[in-house]
Design a protein around this ligand. Structure first.
Ligand SMILES: [Fe+2]
Length: 232
């Protein structure tokens, strides 16, 4: 039988890297980030109305913020909010710093590579991300930590992974707050709709995740020469 997922104990990233060389599509590590930190991260993003900063540099805590409701200029269908947290925020929380360090070690980097860390909110009322894949490198294994609780913060929807068109069932791991999923970055994955029967609401409810990845692309501030943003 082909092994498609494996539970790992939290040990040094160097030992985990040895495990990853077995190339199993998914690894799970329970309780990687403490629950209270997960809650603080959700609060950090849901506390204030950041909408006016959409796709612009936010400053003190975030490098970037976007809200996507079925955008027309991208290849994948999605409804989510994305908060790219900056170095200052990453360094504030030991567990978050550890996650960043792990992604840094696990990625296959070149001189242009940078490690990014985003908090992604899939709101109640149909937050989702359609099936997609990424290039395996430079990320190698992407990381997802659950920041909210299914059954409490939302009822329906979760991460899905497919290999050779067969879904990898992760139910046995009972993935909850603070649990880490490491997934080979080139496998097909999606987030199914979060509580689709409700009205779409961007509040502190729904599903929140902390994700990390590596990129060789430099994300530039959007330029629109016809409309100028005036800082108040
Ligand atoms: Fe993805």
């Amino acid at each position: 039988m082909i092994v498609t997922s494996k539970l790992l104990k939290e040990k040094s990233v160097f030992e985990v890297s040895k495990d990853l060389s077995k190339n199993i599509p998914i690894y799970v590590i329970k309780n990687f980030i403490k629950k209270d930190i997960c809650k603080k991260l959700v609060k950090l993003c849901s506390n204030k109305n950041l909408h006016k900063y959409n796709r612009l540099k936010v400053g003190k805590k975030f490098d970037f913020f976007s809200i996507d409701v079925l955008p027309s200029n991208v290849e994948t269908n999605r409804i989510y909010r994305r908060f790219q947290i900056n170095k200052k925020t990453i360094n504030k929380y030991t567990d978050v710093k550890k996650l960043f360090f792990w992604q840094n070690k696990i990625a296959k980097k070149n001189s242009k590579t940078s490690i990014k860390m985003d908090i992604v909110h899939y709101p109640k009322g149909g937050g989702f991300f359609d099936w997609h894949i990424h290039d395996r490198y430079p990320t190698n294994y992407g990381m997802i930590v659950n920041l909210s609780a299914k059954g409490k913060d939302y009822k329906k929807g979760s991460n899905h992974f497919k290999i050779e068109n067969k879904e990898i069932n992760l139910k046995k791991y009972k993935i909850g707050i603070g649990d880490l999923i490491l997934f080979r970055y080139d496998i097909n994955h999606s987030i199914s709709e979060i509580d689709p029967e409700k009205n779409l609401t961007f509040d502190s409810g729904g599903r929140w995740t902390l994700i990390t990845y590596a990129t060789n692309r430099v994300l530039k501030k959007q330029k629109d020469n016809t409309v100028k943003w005036v800082k108040s």
